[in-house]
Design a binder for this molecule. Sequence first.
Ligand SMILES: [Ca+2]
Ligand SMILES: [Ca+2]
Length: 218
Amino acid sequence: MMVQDAVAYERQENTDKVHLEETGTAMASGTRDRCQPEWNWRSSFLLLALSYLLIAILFGIVMSNGSRISSEVKKVHEQLPMKEGLFPCGSQSREWEYFHGRCYFFSTQKVVWHIAKDHCEEKNSTLVVVHNVAEQNFLQLQTKGERYWIGLNDLKAEGEWRWVDGTNYRTSFKNWKMGQPTDYERNEDCAEISVSGEWNDENCNRDNFYVCERPLPS
Ligand SMILES: [Ca+2]
Ligand SMILES: [Ca+2]
């Protein structure tokens, strides 16, 4: 009797175990099935949120760069001393070159010094007065290999050089070629930018190109 009870008990236990395993599997399976949609929903929400965040960051970077570029362009534009776009020296004067707040005209015609002076005055300018090394370098670059009259002469008294605009010669910038001025044959009273870019005194009746200078149009 006891053996039968034990066998019956064991069978019941095995049956319960199998049932429990089946039930457990079913329950686990049921739980997964129920959890699956919830997990997907959370993932989707998370991905969406991350996408929005990424877009927001990218938008911020683009806007920041755009704003920076815009402010750089504005700064450059403000620094340009021009009222007329690409031609600060006047819309009708493409022949005038701009440099450091001034306008320069480089002739394409060779004339004597006095005619050059008159031509510049007709253009509301003067023969160029070279104030400093920066201006000298600019002129030297533009006149390379040719000779150009400048607004300097000792016509009134030999050796007393005068700038046409009254700039004090003694205290101002000079760039004479070594050994110049020579007043060769006592007949060199006008200054030119020579082929080397340095200055030379020359016979005023020689035909040379010339450079006129004027302030920016107001
Ligand atoms: Ca002289
Ligand atoms: Ca000379």
